[in-house]
Structure formats: structure tokens, C-alpha cells
Design a protein around this ligand. Structure first.
Ligand code: 13P
Ligand code: SF4
Length: 330
């Protein structure tokens, strides 16, 4: 018999779930009863992706959160994503299956330190990657995601001075692509920094036809070797359209579920990390489980709340991003 702690560590919340229940059916029933929608990121476990109403990258998820007419949004992702949904739809109840599902990148930029950093560059515009806290968004001029960051910077006048935070790897990639001199915050994602250049080279030698697909949160050494760089949606679309049969995927391994579903004739290799752990899985994203999703919908908890004064400030740079993206088709 498992102890209470052991049950919790496996991802089951502290409430007994009748093992005879079919959680897929129960979640479907609750969704209808409560007029709820489930939005899931590609890094969620396969069961969650399969039950979601919408699966996408951060931009797609923000767009869905802004336009849904459901009363409850269950956000199967991490804290900053659920916060963004709440900011865009403040009258809706936003639930996150595990309240501790955070983000190492968001944590790498504490708002009180960023405030001091920003004060050193009073004539700079602040562009923040969506992977940051609501408080940081409230200090920003424009938010961006990995799929529109280059386009958003390019939409600004060439002489516009810009701070880019919190991801230094995405920032360096955007600076290179746009030829702009960006002031970067020194933050990074623990998952995208772990890939081993040497092991990827060896994998490529064994599979010479394989294309390397990388997320721009990866370090420059990985991006330099990549055949394609883009958001999770971009990576998925590239693999589906390209005639190659093998792909090495340098982003969180959860994306492989959709890649394999859409392309049963192709082979996908998760890019190897520089040690033997499963570090290409995001421990924050993977805190959510089907059991927790069921309980959170049943109990309407844990709920994400954002103070009204933060919502009022943070909504402007997010709406600016959505407006630029829609206008430029990013
Ligand atoms: P995208 O899905 O927007 O590419 O973001 C990746 C990511 O790291 C989310 O945490
Ligand atoms: Fe944050 Fe990285 Fe996990 Fe994305 S993959 S949620 S950036 S820690």
C-alpha cells in the first residue's frame, strides 16, 4: 500500500480517485456539465494532449484563451501560461491541474531585479518573452512568443532601443536574425540548455538523412547545426511538410507525441541531453497528470488569480502582441 506522500509523488492529488472510473469519460462529462475548455501545451503528457480541446504553442494558446466563450479554462501547461489566460479572460475561471507547475525560465527573472535592470535603460522599449511572470509582463511594452519574436522586433523602427527578457538564447537568436543590438537579460530554460552538441553530431552521423529541428530557446551551438529553428508549432509543421523520413528534435520531448501521430511513417529522435537523465522532459510541465486534471475540473481548484492592478498593466503588452501578430500574419 502506497503512503500518502508516495501517492502524491506519483502525481495523484491528495484525494482518492475510484480506480474503476474511466477518467477520459469523466473529464468529458465534467467539461460539458461545467462549460469548460481544456487548453494544452505540446509538452504535456500524451493522455492530456489526447483529451484537450486545443493543443498548441504559446501563441496559439494565448489566442484561444482570448477568444473562448467557455466559462472555465483548464490550462494544462505551466503557471505563466495560465496567468496569461487569466489576464486575457479575467471574467473566466482559470484552473491549473498542479499549482506548482512553474517554469525555470520565468523564475530566472525575478521582477524586483528586473525593475532595477530596466532603470539602467530608460530610453529602451521592453519586449518580454511570454515565459515570464504576470508582474514582469506588467513592466513590459510588448510580449512575444517564440513564433513571433523576430517579426515583432522587425515591426519596430530600426533605431528603437530594445531590452529583451528573460531568455538570453531566444534574445541572441532574434538579435542575429534581425541585425538589432538587443540588451539581453541573462535567463534560460533548464530543458533547452541541456542538449549535447557532441551527442547530436554522433546521432547525425548514424542517421545522415535526419534533419535537426531546434527550438530557439536552445544554445547557439545547437542552433548553428539546426536545419530548422522555430516554435513547437513551427517544428511540428516543418516535420509534417518535409519529405525527410528522420528528424532529431531539440525541444521538450512531449512534442514527439503529436509529431508521431501526424507522421506515422516518419521517425523522430529526441535530441540527447548531455547526461543520462530524462532532462529533455520539463519537470514543471510534467507535474500535470490526467488524475490531477480530472480532480481540478471536478473541484474547480487550484484556481489561478492575478491581482486586478497587474491585469490592467499586463493586458496591454499581450494585446499589443496579438494585434501585431494578427496584422502581420505572424
Ligand atoms: P512554444 O510552444 O511557444 O514554442 O514554447 C515553448 C516553451 O518552452 C513553453 O514553455
Ligand atoms: Fe519553462 Fe523550459 Fe519548462 Fe518551457 S520547457 S515551461 S521554458 S522550464
Amino acid at each position: 500500500m502506497d503512503t500518502f506522500e508516495e501517492i502524491n509523488m506519483k502525481g495523484f492529488a491528495d484525494e482518492f480517485i475510484d480506480p474503476s472510473l474511466d477518467l477520459f469519460d469523466e473529464i468529458e462529462k465534467l467539461k460539458k456539465e461545467k462549460n469548460a475548455v481544456i487548453l494544452a501545451h505540446y509538452y504535456q503528457e500524451p493522455d492530456i494532449q489526447d483529451i484537450a480541446d486545443y493543443i498548441g504553442d504559446s501563441l496559439g494558446l494565448s489566442q484561444q484563451a482570448a477568444k473562448t466563450d467557455a466559462g472555465i479554462i483548464v490550462f494544462a501547461g505551466v503557471h505563466f501560461m495560465a496567468e496569461t489566460a487569466k489576464i486575457l479572460s479575467p471574467s473566466k475561471k482559470v484552473l491549473l491541474p498542479d499549482i506548482k507547475a512553474g517554469c525555470s525560465l520565468a523564475d530566472s527573472c525575478p521582477p524586483h531585479l528586473f525593475k532595477k535592470f530596466k532603470e539602467q535603460y530608460p530610453d529602451h522599449l521592453v519586449i518580454t518573452y511570454v515565459n515570464c511572470t504576470a508582474e514582469l509582463k506588467a513592466m513590459s511594452d510588448i510580449v512575444c512568443t517564440s513564433s513571433n519574436a523576430v517579426g515583432i522586433v522587425e515591426s519596430l523602427p530600426k533605431d528603437q532601443k530594445i531590452i529583451f527578457a528573460p531568455d538570453k538564447n531566444l534574445g541572441a537568436y532574434v538579435a542575429k536574425k534581425t541585425g538589432r543590438d538587443l540588451v539581453l537579460w541573462n535567463g534560460a530554460c533548464m530543458v533547452h540548455e541541456i542538449f549535447s552538441r557532441e551527442k547530436i553530431i554522433k546521432l547525425k552521423e548514424r542517421h545522415p538523412g535526419a534533419k535537426l529541428l531546434a527550438h530557439p530557446e536552445c544554445e547557439e551551438a545547437i542552433l548553428k547545426m539546426a536545419d530548422y529553428i522555430g516554435s513547437t508549432t513551427g517544428i511540428l509543421k516543418y516535420a509534417s511538410k518535409h519529405e525527410a523520413k528522420e528528424f532529431i528534435v531539440a525541444t521538450e520531448a512531449g512534442i514527439l507525441h503529436q509529431m508521431e501521430k501526424e507522421n506515422p511513417d516518419k521517425i523522430f529522435f529526441p535530441a540527447p541531453p548531455d547526461n543520462s537523465c530524462a532532462c529533455n522532459e520539463c519537470p514543471h510541465m510534467k507535474r500535470n497528470t490526467l488524475e490531477k486534471l480530472y480532480l481540478c475540473l471536478k473541484n474547480e481548484s487550484p484556481e489561478i488569480t492575478v491581482p486586478q492592478y497587474i491585469i490592467e498593466k499586463a493586458v496591454k503588452p499581450i494585446e499589443r502582441m496579438l494585434e501585431i501578430s494578427a496584422r502581420l500574419g505572424l
